[in-house]
Structures are given as structure tokens and as C-alpha cells.
Design a protein around this ligand. Structure first.
Ligand code: CS2
Ligand code: MG
Length: 414
């Protein structure tokens, strides 16, 4: 396949669109010779322009003239011919191209994408929302607001007395929930961390939450990679009476063997994977059944093709999906995740942090929320359109994720 023959479905252009409606997003738009358009999400929080350059300078030239229908072949070409494989930049770039090609294929077929992935296995994707507070009173208000919106699964994050600003706690929880860790102003935002204080505080928070909200609501928590294996084992055990749906990212994920130790000590379900990028990255975690939920994202793990590979592998070991869905997954990425959620058999739950209204001015979505679930909608393709005119108003703004430091100044996992 060296000479490319131009047909109606040949790729005419692959554009990289960077915009910042409330936060930065990188979007790929692929257009075929007959004018069919597909979108993909390539947003890598805090490192957006690296992926934009990878796509614009190194991937787009390879795509022009190729048949948009050849999704698997294009995935393998971008993965294998790069030689330098895996990693978040490469896999986010491949992900965006993959999503855009699936979008095109489904638009050409005139069906919502989930139909091409096997059709719907369920009526919608159960989502979990975020609630947080600087103390139990404000956390309670935040949880009640999510319950009133119709959510049944809620992630709780709370400030720890004496520790200052920390991951997952929104500055103000009144009205619309808005948490965005990547700060546009002041590039050196620092947060504190103290594992001992955190571990002493957290079980009481969940004891309170169960007493306050009863046994039915699904409760989740994200430890954001900060504990040692033995600390994670202890925390998981201490949280067992409160029946968490999952404890997320309890240890730094590079050392997968450390999860053996955590597993030996606790039956609290474990979810891991938002910083992993390929099925190979999950091998130990899945084959040894060290986790209960795969937390990868469609945007950072090679798109629909890459993420489906991970979910299918996990299914062999009774491990369910739990797609990453914070605001740094764009509406395009969220739509792609939802189509996959609807189609796969081993679906677990989908994270859902609503985007700010400004994002809706650039991205026109067709997914909808009802009965604690999101449905991707029934428009052909992913069901998302991009408004170039609106995007002009929101140019890229540098934004960085914070650093966490221990009391003595040592940098810790953020
Ligand atoms: C988080 C994210 O959604 C989650 O579970 O861990 O908020 C994460 O911090 C961001 O995606 C980082 O960009
Ligand atoms: Mg997380």
C-alpha cells in the first residue's frame, strides 16, 4: 500500500484546533474529500501544545490522502511507525485521530457510533459526579446538590484540617460545581500534603457520609497516587465499613507490583489507570486481578480502538470499566467514552464532571443526562460539532497543574 488513490473517503485535511472556552482543549478535525468531518480529542492537561505540535507537525502530513475508513490500519501505522511508542503525548495524538475516524465512519453509515461498536448493551451509562468541601458542612451541601440533580454515585473529596488547599476540593461549592486543578494564572501553584493527617481524617468523613446519606448512594474517593503501599493497604481496610464503590489511584501507578500488597489487606474495590496509556501498561494490574476497575481515558489511551482493547482484556478477568471523565477530557472525548460505555459488556461507571457553559459555545453536544445516567444521543457519529467562530473568542491560555509539597518542602506526587 504505497501509492494512494484518491477516493471520496480519502482524507483531504487534518487540522489541529486549540481553544480555551473556560479551559484549554485540543481538537483534531479530519475532513474527507467528499466533505465528511470527524472530530477527536487530544487534550493533555498542562501539556496541550506538545500534543498539538505532535499532531500538526508529525501526524497530519501522514494522514492526507489515506482512506478514512482504515481505522485499525491507521492506528497501527501511527503506533508502530513512530518507533518511539506509547506515552501520553503519542497516545493522545493517536487517540484523537482514532476518534475522528470513528466519527467519520459512523457519520457515513448514518448511525450513532455505538451502533458500529456492537450496539447498545444498556439504556445509558451510570455516571459519578464530584462533591467536595472544606469541611463536613460544605461537603454535605455539595453532596445534597448532586443528589438533587439526580446523581446516585458521588465522589467525595474533603479538605484535611491543617493541610491547606488540596487536590479535588472546589474553592466554592455553592451553585454550579466548578473544580479545575489547572491554574491559568501563576504557574507555580503549590498545595500541601501530609499522608498521616489525611489517613486519620478520611475514614471519619465516610462514616459521617454513610450516616448522613444512607447505604444506597454509591460513594467513591480519589487518593490521587499519594500513598505508599502499606498506607494504601491500611486506608482501604479502614474504609471497608463504609462500603466504597471504589478507592481510586491509591499509590503511584508506576510500581504495579505494589498493588499485590494492598490487595492482601483490603477488600475495598480499587480503581486505577488514568495516567496509563495502553493495554500493555495494564498487563500486571489486569492479569493478576489487582484492580476492580480500569480507569483509563479514551483521550490518553489511544482512542476508541485503544481503550476497547484494554476493556476487552479486563473483561477476561471480571474487571469492569470506569472511564476517566474530568473537565480536561473535552466534550468530544466525553462523547467517545459514552459510545463505548453503552456498547461494551463489562461497563462499570463513567466519571462525569460537567464542563462549564462556555465550553458549550464551542462544542455542540448531543449527550443527555437522565436517571443518573448519560446517553450519547442518536445523531450520526459521535454527536459533537465544533464552532470555529465561537472558538476564535477563546485563544489558548497557559495553565499548569499544581505541585504538592510535604511540610519540609519535599515534592510529593500531586
Ligand atoms: C482526576 C483528575 O478525574 C479524576 O479522577 O484524577 O481530576 C485529574 O487530576 C486530572 O485529569 C488531571 O488533569
Ligand atoms: Mg483520578
Amino acid at each position: 500500500m504505497t501509492a494512494l488513490t484518491t477516493t471520496a473517503t480519502s482524507i483531504r485535511s487534518a487540522e489541529v484546533l486549540v481553544s480555551s472556552p473556560s479551559r484549554n482543549f485540543v481538537t483534531v478535525r479530519i475532513t474527507t474529500e467528499d466533505g465528511v468531518v470527524g472530530l477527536g480529542d487530544a487534550t493533555l492537561n498542562g501539556r496541550e501544545l506538545a500534543v498539538a505540535s505532535y499532531l500538526r507537525d508529525h501526524v497530519a502530513p501522514l494522514l492526507v490522502g489515506r482512506d478514512a475508513h482504515r481505522i485499525e490500519d491507521t492506528w497501527q501505522l501511527l503506533y508502530r511507525s513512530a518507533y518511539w511508542r506509547r506515552g501520553p503525548v503519542t497516545m493522545s495524538a493517536i487517540a484523537a485521530v482514532d476518534m475522528a475516524l470513528w466519527d467519520i465512519k459512523a457519520r457515513l453509515a448514518g448511525v450513532p457510533l455505538y451502533q458500529l461498536l456492537g450496539g447498545a448493551s444498556r439504556s445509558g451509562a451510570l455516571v459519578y459526579a464530584h462533591a467536595s468541601g472544606s469541611d463536613l458542612a460544605s461537603l454535605g451541601d455539595s453532596v445534597r446538590a448532586r443528589l438533587e440533580e439526580g446523581h446516585r454515585a458521588i465522589r467525595l473529596q474533603v479538605a484535611v484540617p491543617g493541610m491547606g488547599a488540596m487536590y479535588g476540593v472546589a474553592a466554592a461549592v455553592a451553585g454550579r460545581y466548578a473544580y479545575e486543578p489547572a491554574k491559568r494564572a501563576g504557574l507555580a501553584v503549590e498545595e500541601g500534603w501530609d499522608s498521616a493527617r489525611y489517613m486519620r481524617h478520611l475514614p471519619g468523613v465516610f462514616e459521617w457520609a454513610r450516616a448522613e446519606f444512607g447505604p444506597e448512594v454509591l460513594l467513591l474517593h480519589d487518593a490521587h497516587h499519594r500513598l505508599t503501599p502499606i498506607q494504601a493497604a491500611r486506608l482501604g481496610r479502614d474504609l471497608e465499613p463504609y462500603d466504597l464503590f471504589w478507592l481510586e489511584d491509591c499509590t503511584p501507578v508506576e510500581n504495579q507490583e505494589s498493588l499485590r500488597l494492598v490487595r492482601r489487606h483490603t477488600t475495598t474495590p480499587l480503581a486505577i489507570g488514568e495516567v496509563l496509556n495502553s493495554v500493555w501498561d495494564f498487563r500486571t494490574l489486569i492479569q493478576e486481578q489487582l484492580i476492580d476497575f480500569v480507569r483509563a481515558s479514551v483521550t490518553h489511551a489511544g482512542g476508541i480502538t485503544g481503550l476497547r482493547r484494554i476493556f476487552d482484556f479486563a473483561a477476561l478477568y471480571d474487571i469492569r470499566s470506569g472511564s476517566h471523565g474530568p473537565t480536561d477530557i473535552s466534550p468530544v472525548g466525553m462523547a467517545a467514552a459514552l459510545h463505548l460505555d453503552l456498547a461494551i459488556h463489562n461497563f462499570g461507571i463513567q466519571e462525569y464532571m460537567e464542563h462549564q457553559p462556555l465550553a458549550g459555545e464551542v462544542f455542540r453536544t448531543s449527550y443527555s443526562f437522565a436517571d443518573a445516567m448519560l446517553h450519547p444521543g442518536d445523531q450520526p457519529g459521535l454527536g459533537v460539532d465544533y464552532d470555529d467562530v465561537a472558538a476564535e473568542r477563546f485563544p489558548y491560555e497557559p495553565a499548569y497543574l499544581p505541585t504538592a509539597r510535604l511540610a519540609d518542602g519535599t515534592v510529593h506526587d500531586w
